[in-house]
Write a protein that binds this ligand. Structure first.
Ligand code: AMP
Length: 307
C-alpha cells in the first residue's frame, strides 16, 4: 500500500526582499516528496521532467524511498519553470513567469505498480491532469487530497471545479479560497467550497497558520513565529507532504488525526522557509522534527480558569 504524489518537478527562480536565486530545483511534487519521506517510505511519484532535471536530485529522492516509475523524462525538452517575487511581508507574491515546457505534453500513464495506492496527493498541477490520474486508479484510494493555485483558477476554472468534486480534501490559501468561492468571509467560503464536494478543507494563511474545516467543525493550527523567513517557496507543498505523510504512516483518516497532521504539516513548513529551495528538508533529522513539534505544543498550550 502506498502514497502517490503527483505534481510538478521543476526549476524555480525566486526573488525575496532578502535575496535572489538563479534556477534552483523546485516543484510541488518535489517539495511534497521530500517532506512526506520523513514519515513514510513507499512514495510513488507522478510527474514529468525535461533532460535538464538534475540526476543528483532524482538519486537523492530515490535514496529516501521515492519511486520514479511514474516520472516521465523527455530528454530534449525543458522542465517546468516558475519564477516568483515575494513582497516585503513574504506572505504574498507575484508570479513573474510560468513556462509549462514539458508539462504541456504531460499525459500521465500510471504504471501497474502504482495501482496499490491508498493515499493520493494531487499536488499543484493542471486540473485536467489531476482528474486523469484519479480516473486511472482502478480502486478509489482511501483518501484523495488536492492542492491547487490561483493560476489554474484564472485559466481553467471549469476543469478545476470538476476535479474538486472528486476529492476528499482540498488545500488552498486564503486568497484562493476567496477567489474560488466568491466569498470574503473564510467561514462562508469554506461552506461553499465543501458544497462543491470535498468533506474536508484546509485554508492556509501563511505566517498566520492554517484552518481545517469539516462539516460544522473548524480547527486552527498556528505557524511558528520564526525570527527569519528566508524563502517561503514550497511551504504549501511541504505542508501538504507532512500532512499526508503522517496520515499515510498512521493509516488513520479521522478528523482527530487530521488535527495532528495539520500540526505536523505546519512544523515541516516551518523548516523549509529557513533556506532557499528544499535544502532544509534534506538536512533535518527526526530529532529536529520532534523538537519543533514540541515548540508547537508549547506555543498553544495554556491553562485557563473561568469562574
Ligand atoms: P508553494 O510555494 O507551496 O505554493 O509552491 C511553489 C512551487 O510550486 C514551486 O516550486 C513551483 O515550481 C511550483 N509551481 C508554481 N506554479 C505552479 C503551477 N501553476 N502548477 C504547478 N506547480 C507550480
Amino acid at each position: 500500500m502506498s502514497l502517490l504524489i503527483a505534481g510538478t518537478m521543476a526549476f524555480d527562480a525566486i526573488e525575496t526582499p532578502f535575496g535572489k536565486t538563479d534556477k534552483i530545483v523546485g516543484g510541488s511534487a518535489t517539495y511534497a516528496a521530500w517532506s512526506a519521506s520523513q514519515f513514510t517510505h513507499t512514495i510513488k511519484q507522478i510527474s514529468i521532467i525535461g533532460g535538464d532535471f538534475p540526476e543528483e536530485e532524482i538519486a537523492a529522492l530515490k535514496a529516501k524511498g521515492v519511486q520514479f516509475d511514474g516520472v516521465e523524462q523527455i530528454q530534449d525538452e525543458k522542465s517546468f519553470f516558475w519564477s516568483g517575487r515575494y513582497h516585503m511581508d513574504m506572505n504574498t507574491r507575484d508570479t513573474l513567469i510560468t513556462d509549462l515546457n514539458v508539462l504541456e505534453k504531460f499525459n500521465p500513464q500510471l504504471p501497474d505498480s502504482y495501482q496499490d495506492c491508498e493515499f493520493l496527493m494531487l499536488g499543484n498541477l493542471m486540473p485536467s491532469l489531476q482528474t486523469q490520474i484519479i480516473q486511472q486508479l482502478k480502486n478509489r484510494p482511501k483518501l484523495i487530497i488536492m492542492d491547487t493555485m490561483n493560476f489554474w483558477m484564472d485559466i481553467a476554472m471549469d476543469d478545476l471545479k470538476k476535479t474538486i468534486g472528486m476529492v476528499d480534501l482540498l488545500m488552498v490559501n486564503d486568497g484562493e479560497a476567496r477567489q474560488l468561492s466568491g466569498e470574503y468571509s473564510l467561514v462562508k467560503a469554506a461552506q461553499k467550497i465543501m458544497d462543491m464536494g470535498p468533506k474536508f478543507l484546509i485554508i492556509k494563511k501563511g505566517e498566520h497558520g492554517a484552518l481545517l474545516f469539516h462539516a460544522n467543525h473548524v480547527f486552527f493550527a498556528p505557524a511558528l513565529p520564526l525570527e527569519e523567513v528566508f524563502d517561503p517557496t514550497g511551504a504549501g507543498d511541504t505542508f501538504a507532504g507532512g500532512f499526508i505523510g503522517h496520515l499515510a504512516r498512521t493509516k488513520d483518516i479521522s478528523y482527530n488525526n487530521m488535527k495532528t497532521a495539520i500540526i505536523i504539516g505546519s512544523a515541516m513548513a516551518s523548516f523549509v522557509v529557513e533556506k532557499f529551495g528544499a535544502q532544509r528538508l534534506k538536512e533535518i533529522s527526526k530529532e529536529d522534527i520532534a523538537k519543533r513539534l514540541n515548540q508547537f505544543v508549547d506555543l498553544v498550550n495554556f491553562d485557563i480558569d473561568i469562574e
